[in-house]
Ligand binder design. Structure first.
Ligand SMILES: O=C(O)CCC(=O)C(=O)O
Length: 232
């Protein structure tokens, strides 16, 4: 556990190879299959607002093998505030350019100093908060399928998480200077990651699914009437 927390603090990410027991994983996959049937490609690619559409993800975020990591990093009062399904398939085989995760979902737009770049994703209001909020968040990506090097793993630039919000040219500088690391992960394993870690995602070379339940935890209340959209 100490090695994982040390890597997470130093590199901005860490892999927990075995977190869910096989029966827990099978139950979760069965629940995801109901929502996103294996032979129905309409929703493949991803789904936002998963706490709303898949109650099993609320249990997942609360279960000790998952929650222990944000609790260790953020403190026992932390809460899960976002759940997304990322699903790469032969038909929805996407890539994502290098970026940091700098937006949070909120209930409604309120003009509060320090909060800007308002947007909507899947109908949900998003905003870029001050960096102090992002620094006190943690992402836990629960892998439902084996994600090998050929299956579109997340790639990260280790150490890029401790320099605040980076401009596009600073991200270019990191890309030029740092060695990207791919993060393969077994089914039932976790990728822990700071949202400010610069990361990207390649297309999969293998015609298999690569389902990840991406959970984000925060700990700070928002100011001046702003509210986390999915606080649980
Ligand atoms: O799951 C992926 O490969 C992409 C995820 C991503 O880009 C993100 O979490 O911001």
């Amino acid at each position: 556990m100490n090695t994982i927390l040390t890597s997470l603090a130093h590199d901005g990410y860490a892999i927990v190879p075995q977190a869910l027991a096989q029966d827990e994983l099978s139950q979760l996959i069965a629940a995801v299959d109901v929502l996103v049937p294996p032979n129905d490609d309409r929703n493949h690619g991803g789904l936002r607002d998963l706490f709303g559409s898949l109650p099993a993800t609320r249990e997942l975020a609360a279960q000790p093998a998952v929650r222990r990591w944000p609790s260790e990093v953020l403190g026992a009062e932390c809460f899960a505030m976002r759940a997304i399904l990322f699903d790469k398939t032969p038909e929805a085989n996407w890539n994502v350019a290098w970026h940091q995760d700098v937006t949070i979902p909120v209930c409604e737009r309120l003009d509060v100093p320090g909060y800007g770049s308002w947007s909507r994703k899947a109908g949900i209001v998003h905003v870029q908060p001050p960096v102090a909020i992002l620094e006190r968040m943690l992402t836990v990506r629960v892998h439902l399928d084996l994600c090998g090097l050929d299956n579109g793993p997340l790639r990260v630039l280790p150490g890029s998480h401790v320099h605040g919000k980076l401009s596009p040219s600073q991200i270019d500088g990191w890309k030029a200077a740092a060695q990207p690391v791919a993060t393969p992960c077994p089914a039932g394993g976790l990728l822990l990651m700071h949202p400010l870690l610069v990361h990207a995602s390649s297309r999969s070379d293998r015609p298999d699914r690569r389902r990840v339940i991406h959970l984000e935890f925060a700990v700070d209340p928002l100011p001046a009437g702003l509210e986390w959209y999915e606080r649980r």
